[in-house]
Every structure is written in C-alpha cells, then in structure tokens.
Design a protein around this ligand. Structure first.
Ligand SMILES: Cc1ncc(COP(=O)(O)O)c(C=O)c1O
Length: 390
C-alpha cells in the first residue's frame, strides 16, 4: 500500500526493519566499516552504489534510513544527508558547477553561503553574480549564460519570498539549474521540487531535526544531479554520523505536528506585534499587508514560525526588551521546539559594514524571532510584559 499523507509517511517511511530482530524503529549503526566482500545473497544494499555496505563515508544503514524518510517527505527520488547544512551546500555546488560556470544568487543569503559564493568560489574559477529577490521575481536577469540560479525559499532575516514557480519556469525554458535552500520553509510548508526546483537543500539543524541538538544537512533531487553530489560528499567526507542521523530521523516523525504549531504561532505573534505602537515594522509573509503575501500564498502551504520586527529606539532598547523576556532564549539558530530570539546585527549579519546593513534594511533595531511550539498565550504575555517595560 502506498503511504500518502505527510504524517503517515513521516512516521513510517524509510524505517530499517530487520526481520531476524523484529525492531520497530531504525537501529543506530555506529560502524565505520562492514565485512568486505559481503557475498550474503540477502545483504542490505547501500543505495549510493546498489551494493552491500562497505564503509560509512560511502553509505551507512542509519543514514540511509533517514535519507529515505526525508525523500518520501520531499517527494523526490533521491535524498542525501550531510554533516551540516553548509556541508550540503558546498557539496551540492562543487558537485554541480565547474570552473568557468556562472552562478546567479539572491543577495539576501545565509551569511556563510554568501561567504562561500563571494569569496571561496571565485578562487576556484566559478563566477557568482548577485541579484535582489525583487529583481529575480520580475525576471530582470542578465543574459549571462547562467549554469545555475540559487535562491532561498524564505530569506533571512527579512523574510522575502522568491516566486519559485515563476523562476523555475524561466530556468526550465533557459536550461538553467535551479537550486533552493528551503530551510526556513521545511518540507512540510513547501516541496520545492514539485514547484520546478532541481535541487533542494536544508540545514536539517533547524526544523527538520527540530530540537536544537543536531547539526545536519539534507539534499533532495533527481538521479541526474544526485550522481555528482554523492561523489562530492564522499570526496569531501561531508557525511553525518549514525547518531546525528538517528536523532534527525526521529525528529522527522513529528515534523508535521511541530510545523502546525510553528505556523500557528507565527500567525498569532506577528498579528500581536503588528498592533504594538512600540514596533515600527513586522516582517512575516503570512500578514495580508506583507509585500510577499501573494507570492508566499502561491508558493508555500503555510508561512512558518520565523518573524522579524523593528522596535522603536536603538540597540539598547532592543537589549532591554530581550532581557525582560522569560520564554525565548537569546540565541542564534532557529527551527527548534523552543523559541529563540536574536539581533541579526550581532549574530548572522555582524560581518556587514554599517552601510551594507542599512542598504539591506538590517538595522540595529531589527529583531529576529524563531517561534517554538509553546502556547501562544504565554508567548504573547511574555512579549506584552517586556514591551510594557520599555
Ligand atoms: C538558511 C540557512 N541555510 C544554511 C544554513 C547552514 O546550516 P548549518 O548551520 O546546519 O551548517 C543555515 C544556518 O543557520 C541557514 O539558516
């Protein structure tokens, strides 16, 4: 019987069940190596080669179980796990592009990705141009024979939303590979390959594992791109270990339930913040007056749990506000069950100059919230209390 529903697949797909043992959940195979040759006719196979397991940098049964669960949720033929989101990004790009290729990327990128694109790739002969999300959405693209376009489903920290359906159509017509970091959306809110993306990437550290206790990356794609990415993973050694993979496999089982609560809290808290006179701007694509609401409604199933906003006053006021909060932890990262709050100027965008920050709208009073799965009434009480003290 084919499993169809997201939660049914999340719980049951990809499990590694060994009849001789009768285990219900995937075991943790902390093995660097496996018998070689393994000429057992019933040997379990490493998907990356279609042959029995040999060495865990090539393939590992626990990692593969995670990859199968992930790919069933992403609606893609091929899933691959990596030691972090950055390992997934670097392996994907290095496995897909070569010297002399041109890459076009949105300019509001995750900081380390921006570093990789603007500094590292140039040293290896891959040219990268940057474009704003708005120009890309309007297809104001120079005809530069781009090999690939790289986007993020929802950008950080201003939550801009690329029109993936439109961009994918353009890429398809122009023979360009579309690569999308969908970390902020998660496979519950968006399946980019269904919208025409060729390769989807996640920092599984965030919503996918969901408990702020794992570093992991995931890639979903088709056979065409998979082949070179899997070789690059093996070459760079960018594999996750079995325990990280097990925690992520376990986290995936509740992704749907968690995302429902993240989405709900995102809606409730963004509405609450929009009503405060102490806040000048709220960035959340779920708000009907948000610039990206229409695009987000077409490209995402729901709007997620990330909300950014600008508080009146300077950075001292922001510190005071954060210090008074009892529930959100003052920490970077996102997507965990616990709410986190951060000032992008101090964390994700601290390397930008003041001019660059103001040009991109990342001002001192910008606050980024990753809403967890707490009860929204408690979160609102907490924010209200803290705003009242300003
Ligand atoms: C959108 C996005 N992509 C990629 C990454 C990198 O992931 P990791 O920290 O798992 O390497 C992050 C990390 O915050 C992120 O927010």
């Amino acid at each position: 019987m084919e499993l169809k529903g997201f939660n049914t697949k999340a719980v049951h797909s990809g499990d590694l069940k060994i009849p001789q043992i009768g285990n219900v959940v995937t075991p943790i195979f902390e093995n660097s190596t496996f018998l070689y040759p393994n000429d057992n006719n019933d040997a379990y196979l490493d998907n990356t080669r279609g042959l029995p397991y040999v060495y865990s940098r090539w393939g590992n049964p626990t990692v593969q179980s995670l990859e199968e669960k992930y790919s069933s949720l992403e609606n893609c033929g091929y899933g691959l796990a990596f030691s972090s989101g950055m390992a997934a990004i670097t392996s994907t790009i290095l496995g897909t592009l070569k010297k002399g290729d041109n890459l076009l990327a949105i300019n509001e990128l995750y900081g380390q990705t921006f570093y990789f694109f603007s500094k590292t790739l140039k040293n290896y002969g891959i040219n990268v141009d940057f474009i704003s999300v708005d120009n890309l959405n309007n297809l104001k693209i120079d005809n530069k024979n781009y090999k690939a376009i790289y986007i993020e489903s929802i950008t950080n920290p201003l939550l801009e939303v690329p029109d993936i359906i439109k961009i994918a159509k353009y890429c398809n017509e122009n023979n360009i590979i579309l690569i999308d970091d969908a970390t902020f959306a998660s496979p519950y809110n968006q399946n980019p390959l269904d919208l025409g993306v060729d390769i989807v990437i996640h920092s599984g550290t965030k919503y996918i594992s969901g408990h702020s206790d794992v570093l992991i990356g995931l890639v979903g794609t088709s056979k065409n791109y998979y082949k070179n990415i899997v070789i690059m993973r093996k070459t760079l050694g960018a594999v996750p270990d079995a325990f990280q993979s097990y925690l992520t496999y376990r986290g995936l089982k509740t992704l749907g339930l968690r995302m429902e609560k993240h989405n709900y809290n995102g809606g409730k808290i963004s509405e609450f913040l929009s009503k405060s006179e102490k806040i000048t701007d709220v960035y959340y694509p779920g708000l009907v007056n948000n610039k990206y609401h229409g695009i987000a409604s077409r490209n995402l199933k729901a709007f997620g749990g990330m909300v950014s906003f600008k508080l009146r006053g300077g950075i001292d006021n922001s510190h005071k506000f954060i210090k008074e909060l009892k529930i959100p932890a003052y920490a970077a990262s996102l997507g965990g069950v616990e709410s986190l709050i951060t000032l992008p100027v101090e964390t994700t965008h601290s390397s930008l100059s003041i001019e660059e920050r103001y040009k991109t709208g990342i001002t001192d009073n910008l606050i980024r919230l990753s809403l967890g799965i707490e009860d929204y009434e408690d979160l609102i009480d907490d924010f209200k209390n803290s705003l009242d003290k300003l």
